[in-house]
Ligand binder design. Sequence first.
Ligand code: HH2
Length: 278
Amino acid sequence: MPGPVELAFVRPAVLGIVNVTPDSFSDGGVNLDPAAAVATARRLLAEGAAIVDIGGESTRPGAAPVSVDEELRRVVPVLEQLGGAPVSIDTTKAEVARRAIELGAMLVNDVTALRADAGLVEVVAETGAYLCLMHMQGEPRTMQVAPQYDDVVSEVVAFLEERVAFAVGHGVPEDRIFLDPGIGFGKTPDQNLALIRRLDALVALGRPVLVGLSRKSTIGKALGDPTARVASDAASVGAAVAAFDRGASIFRVHDVRLHVEALAAARAVEKGMVEWPA
Ligand code: HH2
């Protein structure tokens, strides 16, 4: 695997979402057929995604868990056909991660931050894969029922600090790890927005920060509709740029082209100059 996260995924990097599920909140069913998922992944890479995130289990609020066999049945044909492309596996299961890495996945995106499957940390440590550690309060089936924090920002920071120490203590090199506040995972809209507004507190941990804001209901609600369940891509891009301004490095998104263009413009403004291709 290439070196540290910062070199493999130069800020701002875009991670394109390919949910091979019947029930994901914004693209459920669209990519359940392997050929459709492969075509989507290839398109997202052509549009400028640094990597595509292949997921076989929905984590939307209320989602039911799926078995290892069912998850493998969904993702393996897609990974086989994408051999050689930069791929991330969105899974909480050691067995799925191991098979995905054998088939070329370079990053393990675990929304439980290594808490669901005791074997997953060894798979990551042994294979040298990159690792995204995400904060979640509760579990997907019930996490939005009544999220509770005294101070959401400091609690998320403390959680991620502890999870980095756990991973490093089990042999994962720190430079392979990036962190994610877990937007929408056991948080109210205001708590999600506080985490983005104070992203500097996560960035201060010294690891690149990934954010998943794309089409999430908090961003839809920010437009004034308290019943919004998804956000438009325009609103998602606005939130991504705000997160970039606060130091986010990697953006997990559905519409890759819009995000790549908007973030390139935000990057040029931050630098105060145009970066010409070498
Ligand atoms: N959000 C979702 C899933 N995986 N992984 C990370 N690291 N960060 C996120 O914010 C994140 C994630 C939920 O979005 P989506 O994949 O579009 O839907 P679903 O979980 O229903 O498949």
